[in-house]
Unconditional design. Structure first.
Length: 74
């Protein structure tokens, strides 16, 4: 048994001790994706800034940010 297996076992024990309240970072990231392009339905994290959304709208669709992301935070 190598060090990687021991580390994995320790992670599993710690997660079992913590119970079901422990979330993986992937689940947290998926839950934070709440900006959706209305043209292609691609999701973006809530922390995505307006220039990146504007770039997506221009480069992918040739539209304005308001057309693709009407519900985006200002």
């Amino acid at each position: 048994m190598g060090n990687g297996a021991k580390a994995q076992q320790k992670r599993e024990r710690n997660q079992a001790k913590a119970g079901s309240t422990a979330k993986s970072q992937n689940k947290v990231n998926e839950a934070a994706k709440n900006i959706i392009c209305m043209t292609c339905r691609q999701t973006f994290l809530l922390t995505t800034r307006a220039p990146a959304l504007e770039e997506h709208a221009q480069n992918r669709h040739g539209k304005t940010m308001a057309d693709c992301f009407p519900n985006a935070p200002k």
